[in-house]
Design a protein around this ligand. Structure first.
Ligand SMILES: Cc1ncc(COP(=O)(O)O)c(C=O)c1O
Length: 472
């Protein structure tokens, strides 16, 4: 009897659920056959995938290591505690942090819950936060709202005021940020971006925070792999709190991590010290404030991903991400495209398609049709966030597959040919996206050209291996 039960429970997915298995295999095929240029995506490693599907998934462990006793005393956490402590230690080591000065919480389920936990812990309800506006390159969780609607919970439960980039240069306008911060007096200023191709000036952020008495909270979600490898400026020297996702350039599992300062925050003229109280505020905001049981399989995967950042291979990988992005930018510029801010210092760039008479939606659509994944994005000066004029292109995932500069030159060719084709189609279809999409598929001449280019991209992509399980 027990043998029969095990037989059922241990059936392979392909036997237990062929319908779902087919879908997973199709997604794997899509990943292998295309060029993944969504700047926030990556292909994680086999050890990370192995942790994610391990027995650690089965265990409840509400609370922190050694204190798993919030609602009931949770037994059986002796190994889970060690896994979480290892993840904490390695997270601090990955960014060369002194455990006397920094603590870390590795339990947030992802980047958005991590950010909400920071505000929940540090800012009172309807307290004030300032982040880069979403259309200017910030993230939803930096307080996004529109003129008619509060979109993110971070603008529903907190009062947010955005700061902006200069519409001419595309660079963050730090002077205007200071001006607004003096008026708004936020509790937190967020230094973090989802679409910005330049290194942030953390020192300047610190000075502004000091002037208005705000905490500096850096959200390094996109760039944390580059920070760990030391190929972009680190936010830690100047920040009070740092959050990150672990699945972007860091190449770990889909999760979030929060780092917070410990020890002395300031000393007054009389020599009296004020201590940071971020540790308990943030830990309690994560659990029990916002989350329940931590995802221990993911925490193990964080541990192994953080360990990997210390290897020479990871450092070369991060350097190559940046070199590939620079090559991509140079290649597109040499073909006459406009890159916002004139280039990139990180893992991504923002291509302004106004100069070639295309919308971001058409650019995104044609590239998707030829198996190049990217996303449309507003560019500085766009009138409507609903009709963005740019596309965001990133190199972390391609670099994981082993592409180097000469391969990026070929990618530039594909993008250029795709966008030229889009112009040709758009000239015939007119401005509407629906008509454009129809022409891509229903005009025989265009459909043939798109298919031919897609075949070339698929053939090219197939030459580059993907980490993980071969079939899924
Ligand atoms: C800067 C930044 N912060 C936070 C997040 C949110 O992460 P998640 O999608 O894991 O919730 C993102 C996601 O793209 C991001 O770019």
């Amino acid at each position: 009897m027990s043998g029969d039960i095990l037989k059922t429970l241990n059936a392979n997915l392909w036997d237990a659920d062929p319908e779902l298995w087919e879908l997973i295999k199709k997604e794997k095929g899509r990943q292998v056959n295309g060029l993944e240029m969504i700047a926030s995506e990556n292909f994680t490693t086999l050890p990370v995938l192995q942790c994610l599907s391990s027995c650690l998934h089965n265990k409840y462990s509400e609370g922190l290591p050694g204190q798993r006793l919030f609602s009931v005393v949770l037994r059986g956490n002796e190994y889970i505690d060690q896994v979480e402590i290892l993840a904490q230690k390695r997270s601090l080591e990955a960014f060369n942090l002194d455990p006397e000065k920094w603590g870390v919480n590795v339990q947030p389920y992802s980047g958005s819950p991590a950010n909400l936990a920071v505000y929940t812990g540090v800012v009172e309800p309807h307290g004030r936060i300032m982040g880069l506006d979403l259309p200017d390159g910030g993230h939803l969780t930096h307080g996004f709202f529109t003129p008619t609607k509060k979109i993110s919970a971070t603008s529903i439960f907190f009062e947010s005021m955005p700061y902006k980039v200069n519409p001419e240069t595309g660079l963050i306008d730090y002077d205007k940020l200071l001006y607004s911060a003096r008026v708004f007096r936020p509790k937190i200023i967020i230094a973090g971006v989802s679409c910005y191709s330049r290194a942030l000036d953390y020192k300047r952020f610190r000075e502004i925070c000091d002037e208005v008495g705000a905490y500096l909270f850096s959200d390094m979600a996109h760039i944390s792999g580059l920070v760990a490898a030391g190929v972009t400026p680190s936010p830690f020297e100047y920040s009070d709190i740092v959050s990150t996702t672990t699945h972007k350039s860091l190449r770990g599992p889909r999760a979030g991590v929060i780092f917070f300062r410990k020890g002395v925050r300031s000393v007054n003229a009389k020599g009296e010290k004020t201590l940071y109280d971020l540790e308990s505020r943030i830990n309690q905001a994560v659990f029990p404030g916002l989350q329940g049981g931590p995802h221990n399989n993911t925490i193990a995967a964080i541990a192994t991903a953080m360990k990997a950042t210390k290897t020479p291979e990871f450092v070369s990988y991060a350097k190559q991400i940046v070199a590939n992005a620079a090559r991509l930018s140079d290649g597109l510029l040499s073909k006459g495209y406009k890159v916002v801010t004139g280039g990139t210092e990180v893992h991504m760039l923002l291509l302004d398609l106004r100069s070639v008479g295309l919308t971001g939606a058409k650019g995104e659509y044609i590239l998707e049709e030829i198996q190049i994944a990217c996303n449309k994005n507003t560019v500085p000066g766009d009138k409507s966030a609903l009709n963005p004029s740019g596309i965001r292109l990133g190199t972390p995932a391609l670099t994981t597959r082993g592409l180097v500069e000469k391969d990026i030159d070929q990618v530039v060719e594909f993008i250029d040919r795709g966008l030229k084709l889009a112009k040709e189609i758009s000239a015939k279809s007119g401005p509407k996206l629906t008509e454009f999409k129809k022409a891509v598929h229903e005009n025989e001449e265009f459909a043939k050209k798109v298919a031919a280019l897609r075949d070339e991209v698929v053939k090219f992509s197939n030459a580059f291996p993907l980490p993980g399980y071969p079939e899924y």
